[in-house]
Design a protein around this ligand. Structure first.
Ligand code: SF4
Length: 483
């Protein structure tokens, strides 16, 4: 028997990971805060999860394969509970490097010359492989196959530097798109790569501080949003407050896919409201790719908001054309069946809203295109007279090197077929994508990463950079108190 993935509509770029960390000046229910925090970040990784906490003496970690609700029952949560907890961090993981195995689950913990450390990481270091092989040549040993361990080894290598100084040094040596939280027994460090590709925000709670991949994880523990961690910034939360060091010269190009698909609709990242951006994507799409139709429907859940935007801008009524079963997430099916088609049938059912209608069908992306074809078939089987497919991301033609699993290039529909060929393959009457300028307009930031659409990688390519320090990337090595 074959187990389905947690999201059976899985012809999508896969989220990377979610990170969460909390520092409290007085003992608090840190384990439960971390539990709530990673629960709110479950959409960013469903393969494994973990929590590490410290009371100032010991550091305890619990992690395993599975969803947060499966891994952390009351007994497991109780095993983390102890008096005097003041720091902790948590992680939800989707494997983008390293196999999806328990030993690769995070947080990663080590005993080092900086004391006991725990680290949780979202994204990829594009030069981690070169770094790892150099360290292996030098006699280093690794317990995991994920590149997070490379960062911990690099930090430990600076034995004469403090944890903060060593981490700042390592930020200069690692390339790619990443957001990382690190804890020792007394404090939390949060950092973002110089391009700010992966998100990280910081909030205030009871005189202490909370870091998270998205603001939604701050709100669930009662923290108040303070700000985004800046690209290239290292922020430290400890008993003297919150301190910031601008380690790398910021060149902001955050991941456009956070607003298209990854982030929760209630999040605001780098000042841009995710829900509002998705509405604008639909509006722009309606301007750029109008269709004569009777109804606009979205593919649940990720296409719904852009569908509302398309309907508003086009004047075509919006309706619920596809019912999504909330219970089909995990089931067992016979591997001899057409898995992908069965996944779609288990998850989605067309409603009467499309019968006899010319339909605009809005989704956030097309990766391989197989799932899109099944959804078009579903609408036709329910009596749709025409199906006009509209996509609120540009065609995905290139892989992501910054922590998103976009599938191999040869599997990407838009890398090997024209839009007309994809339209014929999925059986739609017409197919159109939002343009790159249109997407940029909808997000509203000056620059974003669009590398999976245009192949231009703002934070470097895996073939570039061997870990040598690039002076151009350096900022001011000064710790400033944050007002
Ligand atoms: S390549 Fe695409 S998915 Fe990856 S960081 Fe850039 S915009 Fe995001």
């Amino acid at each position: 028997m074959t187990q389905l993935t947690h999201d059976v509509l899985d012809d999508k770029p896969h989220e990377e990971c979610g990170v969460f960390a909390v520092y409290q000046p007085r003992p608090a229910d840190i384990a439960r805060m971390c539990h709530l925090g990673i629960f709110a970040l479950q959409h960013r990784g469903q393969e494994s999860c973990g929590i590490a906490v410290s009371d100032g003496h010991d550091l305890v970690v619990e992690k395993d394969m599975g969803l947060v609700a499966e891994v952390f029952d009351e007994a497991r949560l109780a095993s983390l509970q102890r008096p005097g907890l003041r720091v902790g961090l948590g992680h939800t993981r989707y494997a983008t490097t390293g196999a999806s195995l328990r030993f690769n689950a995070q947080p990663l913990t080590v005993r080092s010359n900086k004391g006991i450390l725990a680290l949780a990481h979202n994204g990829n270091f594009t030069n981690a492989r070169a770094m790892r092989s150099r360290m292996l040549d030098g006699g280093a040993v690794f317990n995991t196959t994920n590149d997070t361990e490379v960062m911990i080894n690099l930090i430990a290598r600076y034995s004469r530097l403090s944890l903060e100084d060593a981490t700042a040094q390592v930020m200069k040596e690692l390339y790619g798109g990443f957001a990382v939280v690190i804890m020792d027994r007394h404090k939390i460090l949060g950092l973002r790569d110089g391009n700010g590709v992966r998100p990280l925000v910081v909030g205030e709670l009871n005189g202490g501080y909370v870091f998270a991949s998205e603001p939604s994880a701050l709100h669930v523990v009662g923290a108040t949003f303070l700000r985004d961690v800046r690209p290239g910034e290292l922020v430290v939360a400890d008993e003297s407050g919150l301190h910031s060091r601008q380690v790398l010269t910021p060149k902001p190009t955050p991941c456009a896919f956070e607003w298209i698909y990854f982030a929760r609709g209630d999040s605001i990242l780098d000042g841009v409201d995710v829900h509002a951006a998705r509405l604008r994507m639909g509006e722009v799409l309606a301007e750029e790719a109008p269709a004569g139709a009777d109804v606009v429907v979205g593919v649940p859940e990720s296409g719904l908001t852009a569908a509302v935007g398309y309907a508003r801008a086009s004047g075509i009524p919006y309706d619920i054309g596809l019912y999504k079963s909330p219970y089909a997430g995990r089931t067992f099916i016979n591997p001899t069946q057409d898995l992908r088609k069965l996944k779609v049938l288990l998850k989605l059912a067309p409603t009467g809203a499309v019968r006899g209608k010319r339909v605009v069908l809005v989704d956030d992306s097309i990766v391989r295109g197989t799932t899109s074809g099944y959804i078009v078939q579903l609408l036709r089987s329910a009596g749709a007279s025409e199906v006009h497919f509209r996509v609120s991301s540009p065609p995905i033609r290139y892989p992501c090197y910054y922590g998103i699993d976009t599938a191999a290039r040869k599997e990407l529909a838009a890398a090997t077929m024209s839009t007309g060929e994809i339209c014929a393959r999925i059986g739609a009457d017409s197919l159109a994508y939002i343009s790159e300028p249109g997407l940029a307009r909808a997000i509203g930031l000056q620059t974003t990463c669009l590398a999976c659409f245009d192949g231009s990688y703002p934070a470097g390519h895996p073939d570039e950079g061997d870990g040598a320090v690039d002076e151009q990337r350096l900022g001011l090595p000064v710790f400033d108190a944050i007002a």
